[in-house]
Design a protein around this ligand. Sequence first.
Ligand code: PMP
Length: 454
Amino acid sequence: MEPKTKDAANSRDLASLAYQHTLFSMVPQSEVQSDGPCIYVEGKGVHVTDHEGRQLLDMMSSTSRANSLGYGNEEIARAMYEQALRMHYSGTTRFLSEPTVTLAAKIAELAPGRLSKVCFVSGGSEATETALKLARQYQQNTGKPRAFKVISRWNAYHGSTLGALSVTDWLNVRDIPDPRAVGHSFVANPMRYRNPYGMSEEDYADHCASHLERQIQFEGPDLVAAFIAEPIMQANGVQIPTKSYLQKVREICTRYGVLLVIDEVITGFGRTGNWFASEHFGIEPDIMTMAKAMSAGYAPLGAVMTRDEIADALPVFRHVHTFSGHAVACAAANAVIAIKEREGLIPRAAKIGAEFGANLAEAVAHLPIVGDVRGLGLWHAVDFTRDKQTRAVFTDDTVKAVVRRMRDLGVVVSAIGSALEIAPPLIVGKEHLDRTVAVCAQAITEVAKERGLA
Ligand code: PMP
């Protein structure tokens, strides 16, 4: 049948081009076939419009969780345009560009503790690779010349490239068996709602910290270069550890001369109501990675930070990427940080996020398939269970069905393992948050009823 309008024709053309030429990732082929590709064509504020003209409330800051200032921000676009006209330069070695230098100085001011030296990269996985190399090169140049091993945690996600994948335990991005860099091992991570041993929260947090110490001893302290962890894990929805857990981890790393690499790729730049989530736990990382919201998703950008003492111990940091410190990306990030500061968006995220969390819990916690509702700042999760007593997870597509129903009702959220994740742009309005609470409650109620779970 012929499309009725030019727009319909365009939208069909776009979809068929997407079918023909896209290698779809992280989605089963069958789902692409049944649902078709979704092509976003426009965004303004917290709304996005797809190729069929459907407007949706984007409560995920895009699929990447990076677009923390929503869409269509003229100030950021202008800063990028002006920088591109002036000079679009990216470079490492001694040759830098102006926005790169000012951005490094600014994030040194915002970062926790003594983190002061910055190495720019193009995204989170590159940041992980860079951090691990930095840790190894530091150890080789100081007291542990043989150290190459890295310890990370069950369920961790640090990226999809080989080094980052080797410290990643999130099975969705792995082929089994797949080749991984040697020398990496995993320890338990505290899941407060659902832990495998049924211990109390505090006991499990202690157990997880002790597991790290034991693993360092097992691998050989002289061979372990670093331990890498997200301060708040995304797996199965916003896993907020106890303060004591991360503080114990910090002590153990210091005791064994193992560098603590904190991955703030998803948590950095305001998501949790602080510039960096490490601040919630009072810890100072030795190395910290960041990306995503750093440029609010306007340009591919990431960074690795460390202390003077670590940077200064290397005669030369043997590492380079073509697009490190791209001037247009750094100009975007400078504008993004200026907006977040000027508009007080980070303390606002803490405040409205807490209200949203309370409203969400009140509206959905009592529903039959909801096990836990948790969050910090503007990052929240509803964790589902088919049995509130045992906290058993759904092994079918119930969580995805809730996400799908919310989308049908006009609100975009994500499924992440046993949970549904909500990560709106920091500019989100109260009306959008209220709508999300109502739509979430409606979707859960309908799906539970439909599936005979109510
Ligand atoms: N670390 C964390 C904690 C992340 O959430 C991600 C991305 N989801 C990465 C690393 C990898 O970042 P990227 O996708 O930019 O390579």
